[in-house]
Design a protein around this ligand. Structure first.
Ligand code: 2U9
Length: 344
């Protein structure tokens, strides 16, 4: 029995030495150390031995089992190490090879224009106010001097959830809400960007959803010249220092007097081109002195306080700035369109 065991040991150790991969090694482990292995067999046969021989053979069998198990483990580590080395060799990365291009997105042209305008006014001490897109009839219309049934409401038809709740048609309700928060005490200096809705059929220049940025300044001695000065600086910063602005009389229910504001054409320097339709001037926004009714409804004493307000459509400004001919490009997420604004 003793020779049998040592022969088994030598045979197993030989096989372990010759093993070239982990699979083979695993088979040797099962073959020699497994439940049905020869050493287990020997141990099962212990019963036939004399009681003197049993402990000796038992000890030898366990010792041989440990030796074989030990050899298998160190051979396994050796093979695993060789495996990793081989992998490293095979998988050496040629770091000079160009990496897989990571397609980075870029700033959405509309968001870029909105943030450029916001930064401009934040730089002049304005705070950015936002408000609900689902608005009440009161804040979207009545608080802005557009009582129920007022004809000007038709110019701003929207999507109604109930007779009293609609998708806002402009961001002016945000100003009306904010004015109330000031409890009739100025100064107020805010800009209100955001999405607005109009029941319009989408075409190259109209969209049922678009964005607006409106601004409002209310204080004791605000004059029209403050409005003009503010818009002049704005136009020069956005369209170029040598731009001029022109104010034309207009009408908005929430401002009196009201003006449309044009900037001198930055494409043709007023010689006349397709951008300014040959006029040399491009309409960029509307503005005016806040209507006393609007101040009073917001809790401000219109005898003591005056204000100016303005409103613009960032899509229009982005289309002018980048020569974009269809407003729908801003919403249809066509990568061919969007990737043109990498630097934006
Ligand atoms: C309050 C008081 C006054 C906001 C104003 C305009 C003029 C204006 C247009 C710009 C582009 C609408 O989307 S557009 O066509 N808006 O021209 N908006 S004055 O006047 C206000 C707002 C709130 C409390």
């Amino acid at each position: 029995m003793q020779e049998e065991l040592t022969k088994l040991r030598d045979e197993a150790l030989q096989k372990v030495r010759e093993a070239t991969d982990l699979k083979q090694l695993q088979n040797i482990r099962v073959q020699y150390l497994g439940k049905k292995g020869p050493i287990t067999e020997v141990l099962r046969g212990m019963g036939k031995l004399s009681k003197e021989e049993r402990p000796k053979i038992g000890a030898l069998a366990n010792e041989i089992r440990e030796v074989i198990a030990g050899e298998i483990t160190s051979k396994q580590e050796q093979l695993e190490k060789a495996e990793i080395e081989k992998k490293l060799q095979q998988e050496t990365i040629d770091v000079t090879l160009p990496g897989r291009p990571v397609r980075t997105g870029n700033h959405h042209p509309l968001q870029a224009v909105i943030e450029e305008i916001e930064d401009l006014f934040i730089g002049k001490g304005y705070t950015v106010e936002e408000g609900p897109e689902v608005e009440t009839d009161y804040y979207n219309f009545e608080a802005l001097n557009l009582p129920k049934g007022h004809p000007a409401r038709d110019m701003q038809d929207s999507f109604y959830i109930t007779d009293e709740i609609l998708l806002r048609t402009h961001t002016s309700p945000v100003q009306a809400r904010t004015l109330e928060k000031y409890k009739g005490k100025g100064p107020v200096k805010i800009i209100c960007p955001g999405k607005v809705y109009r029941r319009d059929t989408d075409d190259a220049t109209h969209s049922h959803q678009f964005t607006q940025i409106e601004g409002l300044v209310v204080d004791e001695n605000i004059r029209m010249s403050d409005l003009k000065g503010t818009l002049e600086v704005f136009a020069k910063k956005l369209f170029g220092e040598d731009r001029q602005i022109r104010l034309r009389p207009s009408f908005f229910p929430f401002t009196e007097p009201s003006v449309e504001v044009d900037v001198s054409c930055f494409k043709c320097s007023m010689k006349g081109c397709h951008v300014c339709k040959g006029t040399g001037w491009i309409e960029i926004l509307g503005a005016g002195m806040v209507h006393p009714n609007v101040l009073e409804m917001a809790g401000f004493d219109s005898k003591k306080y005056r204000g100016f307000a303005f409103g613009m459509g960032p899509e229009r400004i982005a289309m002018l700035k980048y020569g974009i001919d269809d407003i729908r490009h801003f919403y249809t997420n066509d990568v061919r369109f969007l990737k043109q604004f990498k630097q934006a």
